[in-house]
Write a protein of this length. Structure first.
Length: 736
């Protein structure tokens, strides 16, 4: 008899939790659909052997029914646990909070129940604890305490999937399987194995994300047909930076993982597009002993890169501890005259103010200094319609073009865990982003002799500052005999965006075939301010995870936002309610079906004939799918179908003008629509074999039914897998 794979709270509906065949293909049509793309395979029974000796990790399991606590622990610990449901019926667990090993964690969860878990060849077996005979002494129970944090850390797991919970979608701590939206996690192990050094590179290996390079230093990211403009740092929304600030060149060296929730994410992010939200989760100073790593790398085009990552206790016992992660890189490129000098640094300190209270402070710095940069692309055809043939190294970058970006963030967070399993978190941060660039853009098309191109030089400066504060409370509660969870939060951000450029006088390009980058730098005039926008966004949000039945969960929530922007000459203000609804049904201990509705709003600066600003664009995301967690969550698969709609999109209102002006008036109408499906598999196929693979198909069209991006591929597939040989060597062939 092989043990079933535990992985969810409500498994105990059969007399015993053993079975002769693992439930890998129990639901054949669903399983075939999930595993349809390429190498999306599940584990075989022979690969389901549990490792009973594992390192300690952090758990946040609330008190409640024993069967639910045991199954959540098994899922997060990645162990196999065989349970007779009659043993756990009616029993309660006091829960588990802190860092512990599987053995100690099971002991804590079973404390006072008269049960024990014993290891075997096929994982752990639950049984009645033997009654001590006369003369024996029962030791006092072991109390586990550690810093208060949700267990989502991927560093050190060696996995390409996240076995711990994520809060990116709803604020509730949910596993991938429990989240009623499509969510992908790039773990620390995958980032390192693939040597992903920019966010733009990393996004190519996230299911459903397409990357479009605009020039040498910008990569625009899209999801489900919409530009991604929603970013979070440690779950706190950041200002919607355009890619002039180097968003796509952010180095992942500073982050434990990158979580991407696809579809509309307005519940936590507020204003934005309905494509996706990217959550960059920083490394933490969690180690109470000295640890560290360093690396040196050499690559093509004189690529030289060095990294260091050091954690150390600052006091005896590690009550106060610190961590520093840093990167320095210089490189050339296949493009003529291009050279980049990049730096990244994270310095953070954590202090346990009390057994249940942790203070965290930090500073993040990212700077990019590329020279000889390009702006935009090269002409594809000559004036006579024939195709141009540029050599691969050809670059419009000159000796004086550059694109300097600097992003600095200081942050602090306070976390407290109450005795009733509720937690309170407060977070404040200040972001300062600056960019300065001198660029050259080509105008028009050349003739077959290389003549006819115009020049558009640009000397620009922009800056964004953002102050953010967020307070959030989460915890369980009981109602009508069921255990439920809630999250409620207040958030406020104030940002200022200043931008402008310098006047210029341009010279002629001449014969582009003779181009060598020596085009003379223009004589720049005075600085011309173009904008000074101040935006304030505040909100009250919350969500409930209601247990309608043992196998049926409803997640319902909402956000009431107030958004205000004050420009040089205009003021716009909106109040918007953003709903959230998701239904999750456990088909069995492995498979879960779900359906959800989410939306998001995006303010716009178009006015109607009366002079009133149009209401925000509303992006609506409808989604349904099936998820599966094998091997206690060590292998996760998902299949999702979706439809995204936009309402209140501005279109010209004929020849009408805004009253009292010469500005064209607009009216609101239906906007773009996208639909498609996504398939993903991440995690361990066997011991030592990790895979991250996904396939997506997206069709995006405008209100008239015309394709939005006819030159962009509808289908995307990526595969990265690694096999670690006995010892320390591994092979990691990627496919994209």
């Amino acid at each position: 008899m092989k043990p079933c794979f535990t992985g969810h709270d409500n498994l105990m509906k059969r007399k015993t939790m053993t079975c002769s065949t693992p439930p890998l293909f129990r639901h054949t049509p669903v399983a075939l659909a999930i595993l349809a793309a390429g190498s999306l395979l599940g584990p075989t029974p022979g690969n389901a052997q549990a490792q009973t000796i594992q390192s300690a990790r952090h758990y946040e399991i609330p008190a409640g029914p024993l069967d639910q606590a045991l199954n959540r622990f098994a899922a997060e610990a990645g162990i196999l646990l065989t349970i007779d449901a009659s043993l756990t019926a009616g029993k309660q667990s006091t829960g588990l909070k802190g860092d512990t090993s599987p053995a100690a964690g099971l002991q804590k969860l079973l404390q006072g129940t008269g049960l024990e878990a014993v290891p075997g060849n096929n994982g752990w077996q639950l049984r009645r604890a033997p009654v001590p005979v006369s003369g024996e002494t029962t030791l006092a129970p072991v109390t586990v305490s550690a810093q208060v944090e949700r267990n989502g850390v991927t560093e050190g797991s060696g996995s390409y999937t996240a076995t711990g919970p994520s809060t990116t979608a709803t604020g509730l701590a949910l596993t991938l399987r429990e989240t009623p939206q499509s969510i992908s996690v790039l773990t620390r192990q995958q980032i390192e194995d693939q040597n992903l050094t920019t966010l733009g590179e990393a996004a190519k290996y996230v299911t459903g994300i397409s990357a479009s390079s605009s020039d040498s230093d910008r990569t625009d990211l899209y999801s489900r047909g919409f530009y991604i403009d929603s970013y979070q740092y440690d779950g706190v929304p950041a200002a919607a930076l355009n890619d002039f600030f180097g968003t796509s060149t952010i180095d992942p060296i500073l982050y434990d993982r990158i979580e991407v929730v696809r579809g509309a994410t307005g519940l936590l992010t507020g204003a934005g597009n309905p494509g996706a939200s990217v959550n960059l989760i920083r490394k933490r100073a969690s180690s109470k002993k000295f640890t560290g790593s360093a690396s040196l790398g050499l690559g093509s085009w004189n690529d030289r890169r060095a990294t260091v990552d050091i954690s150390t206790p600052l006091t005896e016992g590690g009550r106060i501890r610190a961590r520093v992660a840093a990167m320095a890189e210089e490189r050339d490129s296949h493009l003529d005259r291009y050279h980049a000098n990049n730096r990244a640094l994270l310095a953070t300190v954590e202090a346990d103010l009390a057994p249940s209270t942790t203070l965290r402070i930090g500073w993040e710095h990212q700077s990019k200094r590329p020279d000889g940069v390009t702006w935009g692309g090269l002409p594809m055809v000559y004036t006579d319609g024939t195709a141009t043939q540029w050599r691969r190294s050809f670059s419009i970058g000159t000796d004086w073009t550059y694109w300097d970006t600097t992003n600095d963030t200081v942050y602090a967070g306070l976390e407290h865990q109450f005795d009733n399993d509720w937690s309170l978190r407060a977070h404040v941060s200040r972001l300062e982003s600056d960019y300065e660039s001198k660029l050259l853009y080509l105008l028009r098309q050349p003739d077959s002799n290389g003549e006819g191109l115009g020049a558009y030089p640009n000397f620009s400066r922009q800056s964004i500052t953002q102050d953010s504060a967020n307070v959030q409370a989460t915890g369980p509660f009981e109602l009508l005999g069921q255990q439920h969870e809630a999250v409620v939060g207040l958030t406020n951000s104030e940002s200022r965006y200043i931008y402008g450029n310098y006047a210029y006088t341009a010279s002629a390009i001449g014969d582009i075939f003779q181009w060598d980058g020596s085009y003379p730098e223009p004589v720049w005039g005075d600085f011309r301010p173009l904008g000074d926008d101040r935006t304030r966004q505040s909100a009250l949000y919350g969500a409930l995870r209601l247990s309608l039945a043992d196998s049926l969960k409803l997640i319902a929530g909402g956000r009431q936002s107030r958004w205000k922007m004050t420009g040089l000459t205009t003021v716009r203000e909106h109040k918007q309610f953003t709903p959230y609804a998701g239904l999750i049904y456990d088909l069995d201990p492995v498979y879960t079906a779900y359906a959800s509705y989410t939306d998001i709003f995006q303010p716009q600066d178009y006015r109607d004939t009366s002079g009133a600003y149009l209401a925000p664009v509303i992006g609506k995301n409808y989604e349904a799918g099936v998820k599966a967690a094998y091997l206690g969550g060590q292998l996760n698969t998902s299949l999702a179908v979706f439809r995204v709609e936009q309402d209140n999109v501005a279109v010209l209102d004929g020849d009408n003008l805004v009253a009292g002006t010469t500005t064209n008036a607009y009216r609101a109408t239906k906007g773009a629509t996208s639909k498609g499906f996504e398939v993903e598999v991440t995690g361990a196929l066997t011991k030592g074999w990790q895979v991250a693979s996904g396939f997506s198909r997206t069709i995006a069209s405008d209100a008239a039914g015309e394709r939005l991006y006819p030159r962009r591929s509808d289908n995307q597939w990526h595969l990265f897998n690694s096999y670690r040989l006995p010892g320390t060597w591994s092979e990691s062939p990627p496919v994209h």
